[in-house]
Design a protein around this ligand. Structure first.
Ligand code: HEC
Ligand SMILES: [Cu+2]
Length: 314
């Protein structure tokens, strides 16, 4: 057993440096305070003949000097930490997206190409990877200690986490939020591979369908195409419903006069809770699919609807 933690991502060394900085500063302050306590406790102990006569003159210079010095050092650490936090939690736009669904008690992972894995996550090194995570039941927390990252995974929301793995290898993956009886079994393996190996892994584990293609099938299977137009030809039935072409990322005027941007969460809510946000000038006739469509299928449907953004509004 070693006391050091493997460091395998672009940011992990900096996280360690920040932690070391905080520890060293805290230790320095601790040593100073306790050093003075012990020195004076011993020097002026009962029975010691040390002169206790004159009370020393208070020096503002020392008082202000040491207050400002510690303030500046701790504030510098704070600024460094805040800056690192923002960088750690803002994914670059070109990141490879991978979808994660937490459930009692396992991690389900889906890649864009339809590859699926359980309690395992294969990623390329030297490339930003963005995880889009949600939970099927309770709150979980996705943590990869070797990359120095973790984030809560919440039901009903898409949380994000990103990293750039640096060293190929196999690392631990943990759920770090107590989530029930088998919480301790909710662990897995992160395999960071050279980009060529990752590309090979993708082809070898090729899913039958990409997420978008699987989403297109579901769109018909759940009867969405009976009402909505999606794609140049598909769908558009007798009920008047908004076309989903070009929806993703565009503003949607709602019946209550407000406007929302169609992001993943909006589309998810439109499917599960259609009555909450009615699109302006449409009747609230869409049935709720809450309880019928699982998180895996929602990810595919959203991937399909996202892909329609390229079609442009119709
Ligand atoms: C009975 C017809 C009907 C069915 C079936 C239906 N919808 Fe809808 N849908 C509507 C109508 C009408 C609206 C607009 C009113 C509203 O916001 O509820 C809408 C709104 C939406 C919106 C918001 C669109 C926008 O422009 O902001 C999305 C996304 C959506 N539906 C997706 C789906 C998906 C995915 C399915 C299948 C799982 C589905 N719908 C099934 C009728 C339907
Ligand atoms: Cu968990």
């Amino acid at each position: 057993m070693t006391l050091t933690l493997t460091s395998a991502s672009v940011h992990s060394a900096e996280v360690d440096a920040l932690l070391a900085g905080l520890l060293l500063m805290s230790l320095a302050v601790l040593a100073l305070v306790f050093g003075l306590i012990w020195t004076y406790a011993i020097r002026y102990r009962a029975g010691n003949t040390e002169d206790r006569g004159a009370i020393g003159q208070k020096s503002w210079r020392i008082e202000i000097g040491w207050t400002v010095a510690t303030l500046v050092v701790f504030f510098a650490l704070f600024v460094w930490g805040a800056d690192l936090y923002v960088r750690l939690y803002t994914a670059p736009g070109n990141a490879l997206k991978i979808y994660v669904v937490g459930k009692q008690w396992m991690w389900k992972v889906e890649h864009e190409g339809g590859q699926r894995e359980i309690n395992a996550l294969h990623v390329p090194v030297g490339r930003p990877v963005q995880l889009i995570m949600t939970s099927e039941d309770v709150i979980h927390d996705f943590s990869i200690p070797a990359f120095r990252i973790k984030h809560d995974v919440l039901p009903g929301r898409y949380e994000q986490l990103w990293f750039n793995a640096q060293t190929p290898g196999s690392y631990h993956l943990f759920c770090t939020q107590f989530c029930g009886t088998d919480h301790a079994a909710m662990i897995g393996e992160v395999v960071a591979m050279q980009q060529a190996d990752y590309a090979r892994w993708l082809t070898q584990n090729g899913g039958s369908d990409t997420l978008v293609a699987a989403g297109r099938d579901l769109f018909t299977r759940y009867g969405c195409s009976g009402c909505h137009q999606a794609g140049p030809t598909g769908g558009g039935g007798t009920v008047r419903a908004p076309s989903l072409n070009g929806l993703y990322g565009s503003p949607v005027p709602l019946a209550d006069g407000t406007t929302v941007f169609a992001d993943d969460k909006y589309i998810r809510d439109s499917i599960l809770l259609p009555a909450d946000q009615i699109v302006a000038s449409y009747a609230p006739v869409m049935p709720s699919f809450s309880g019928q469509i699982g998180e895996d299928d929602l990810i595919k449907l959203i991937a399909f609807i996202k892909s329609l953004a390229a079609e442009g509004p119709s």
